[in-house]
Design a protein around this ligand. Structure first.
Ligand code: AMP
Length: 477
């Protein structure tokens, strides 16, 4: 497949693709579009940045154009569920862009953090496409502003992140309201067991498509670790920013509170930096993101959830100020650099408490990341074990922790939740952080599946489990 014309998409769509200057389908588009156009369910293993939005949006628009029906009042024909406000906004923008020559085409957005009334009004006459975060969608259903029994196509985007953010129960509730005769397009960057189970329950005879850019991303990024004391991290960041030749720097912290602290520390040292996280208003977040995109802001501090789905090219450096306790997040984070074929640098600070996280990450990516030791010896020296040793030891119960993240970071886009006793609001400053004791295995651990690589799509399987680990410090050209 070399051209969008080969798919047999209707003319208004191909014309929009010309406007967008899309010439060649990306691999996920190449694989997904023909299958989705046949009406089959799809499981797509692909990250943001691979062109997956068009992979589902184009066949959906084609369906809407060829099967024209007037949407019923307070209903939608296509429902797209996405975990964050930003990603939802980007998806609805994409539908509008690819459908710009289609009339009528009503695309509505239902996200938290903004007043609900406008969203209620936008659904009053029914819409073709509704892009929503799960919490706000349920709010709308509970308010009787929306019924879901007319949904012909469901898209679940970033399913793994939905799980991490605690949306799984909401998803199940939503799916239960849909009719069974529908098409489901299911996308996830990784396929942990719980996601596989969810997909099995939601999909009918799905075609499975997967793309490899995650692996090449991991390969393309030059990765380094600096072992440091926790208290030295602010100065270390300043040092890195002074010594590295940076263009756009994305700094990840585990918590919103941590993000604000880093901003203050950098500003004190004369660096212009801003944070993006769930405590910021939608307007603030959009302004900061636009500044970062346009180059007015060089250093952006973000939490995982806030950064998810943000599509910014030209990030030269990702700095993991805190290491993520969910190893897959590391892959997502470093994927923010090395976009669109560019090469990038990922520098991770690892303090004593984070050593087990580093071990988990290295095990996941099957690479040993070159490290520099800048610890002063405040704590007993502790370089993590070899990634292939002691599998599962000291592993924090990160899935459990992840579930409780819901509501901690408004990146989830649900400023207000309706009902749902399962939701946990455990305060803003401990997002996703394991208990102090977790490294002493006091917290319950996730059971490791012995001997098997964890299924994270293509990264893990890039190398057979028996092959030697690579060294992440060398770029693969
Ligand atoms: P996504 O993974 O959907 O977030 O897409 C990542 C970026 O790739 C977006 O900026 C899209 O506009 C762009 N894109 C998607 N498909 C293509 C294509 N076939 N050709 C060029 N750019 C594309």
């Amino acid at each position: 497949m070399t051209s969008f014309n080969d798919f047999g998409l209707v003319e208004p769509i191909t014309r929009a693709l010309v406007d967008e200057k899309y010439v060649t389908p990306t691999p996920i588009q190449d694989q997904t579009i023909p299958i989705a156009m046949q009406g089959r369910d799809v499981i797509g293993i692909a990250q943001t940045g691979t062109g997956k939005t068009a992979a589902f949006a184009l066949p959906i628009l084609n369906h809407l154009y060829t099967k024209r029906l007037r949407p019923e009042k307070k209903s939608c024909r296509v429902l797209v569920l996405s975990p964050t406000r930003e990603l939802s906004g980007q998806i609805s923008d994409s539908f509008r862009a690819y459908g710009r020559h289609m009339r009528p085409l009503a695309v509505a957005l239902a996200i938290g953090g903004v007043p609900i009334n406008r969203q209620v009004r936008s659904l009053a006459h029914g819409v073709e496409v509704l892009v929503a975060t799960p919490g706000r969608l349920l709010d709308l259903v509970n308010q009787r502003a929306l019924t879901l029994n007319q949904v012909e196509i469901l898209v679940l985007d970033e399913a793994d992140r939905m799980l991490d953010m605690g949306f799984i129960h909401d998803i199940k509730r939503i799916v239960a309201m849909l009719r069974k005769e529908r098409q489901t397009l299911f996308f996830s960057a990784t396929m942990p067991q719980e996601i596989t189970r969810l997909a099995d329950a939601m999909l009918r005879d799905p075609a499975r498509v997967a793309v490899t850019p995650q692996a090449s991303t991991v390969d393309r990024v030059e990765q380094r670790v600096i072992l440091t004391d926790k208290s030295a991290k602010p100065n270390l960041l300043v040092e890195v920013l002074k010594t590295e030749t940076t263009d756009r720097v994305l700094v990840f912290t585990r918590t919103k509170h941590g993000a604000d602290k880093v901003v203050r520390a950098l500003q004190k040292s004369g660096f212009g930096a801003e944070a993006i996280h769930g405590n910021k208003s939608q307007n603030q977040r959009e302004r900061v993101l636009a500044d970062f995109r346009d180059g007015r802001l060089r250093i952006l501090i973000a939490t995982d959830i806030a950064a998810r789905g943000i599509d910014v090219d030209g990030v030269s450096h990702v700095v993991n100020y805190d290491l993520p306790n969910i190893p897959e997040s590391y892959v997502h984070r470093i994927g923010r650099t090395a976009r669109a074929g560019a090469e990038g640098i990922a520098i991770s600070f690892c303090d004593h408490e984070e050593a087990p996280f580093l071990r988990d990450i290295e095990r996941l990516i099957r690479m040993s990341i070159p490290s520099t030791d800048k610890r002063t010896g405040e704590r007993p020296a502790h370089r993590p074990n070899q990634p292939n040793e002691g599998r599962g030891k000291g592993r924090p119960n990160y899935r459990g922790g992840g579930r409780n993240q819901r509501g901690n970071n408004g990146g989830g886009g649900n400023g207000h939740h309706a009902g749902g006793g399962h939701r946990s609001h455990n305060g803003g400053s401990h997002q996703g952080r394991p208990s102090q004791n977790s490294q002493q295995a006091a917290a319950p651990r996730q059971e490791a599946t012995t001997g098997e690589p964890r299924d994270i799509g293509n990264v893990t399987f890039l190398q057979g489990s028996g092959e030697p680990r690579r060294n992440a410090g060398h770029r693969t050209r």
